[in-house]
Design a protein around this ligand. Structure first.
Ligand code: HEM
Length: 145
């Protein structure tokens, strides 16, 4: 499986940034609601990324959902996948971030193996995390691998 699928799914389910704050600089009318000028709002990425209407079984970590080549383009285009924000304040470090994560995962998977040290599970409130911090027993693979 391409690492990019694992990275997309991690950013969808458990992004470190749950959303961004904004202030309305004019009255905004949206889906029957009015956000008055001056109001602070929180645009929640989590609410979109973990919505079953947008992602089937949204709380299931499933990197295979990104298998289709068009999936990422579609979701980004529809603002359904915004781990790095969007518009003029789009994260300028997003490509670097993806490269760094790829290099880290590449070496982690090739050089080490691990198993869960304890039973653990994902919780989704207030953020996505593992209940016990996912303790693992890490083992270095032999150099020949
Ligand atoms: C997984 C890693 C990262 C995530 C999830 C992330 C996410 C974000 C998000 C959501 C924003 C938009 C904030 C907003 O709209 O108010 C942002 C902005 C920003 N990010 Fe990142 N980021 C990541 C890594 C990086 C890296 C590696 C750098 C630089 C080396 C970086 C530099 C910045 C800067 C300077 C801004 C402010 C852009 C602006 O306000 O115009 N980020 N990031």
């Amino acid at each position: 499986m391409p690492l990019s699928q694992v990275i997309n799914e991690t950013l969808r389910v458990a992004n470190i940034i749950g959303g961004v704050f904004r202030r309305a600089n004019t009255d905004i009318h949206f889906k029957g609601y009015t956000i008055p000028k001056g109001c602070k709002i929180f645009a929640s990425f989590r609410a979109v990324h973990l919505n079953n209407e947008h992602y089937e079984n949204a709380r299931t970590f499933d990197p295979w959902r990104w298998q289709s080549n068009n999936k990422l383009q579609n979701e980004v285009g529809a603002n359904l996948f915004t781990p790095f924000g969007g518009g003029p304040r789009l994260c300028p470090g997003y490509e670097l971030a993806r490269v760094v994560i790829s290099v880290f995962l590449h070496h982690l998977v090739l050089r080490f193996s691990w198993e869960a040290a304890e039973e653990d599970r994902l919780v989704f409130f207030p953020t996505t995390r593992t209940l016990k911090g996912y303790p693992i027993n890490l083992r270095r693979r032999s150099e020949s691998v």
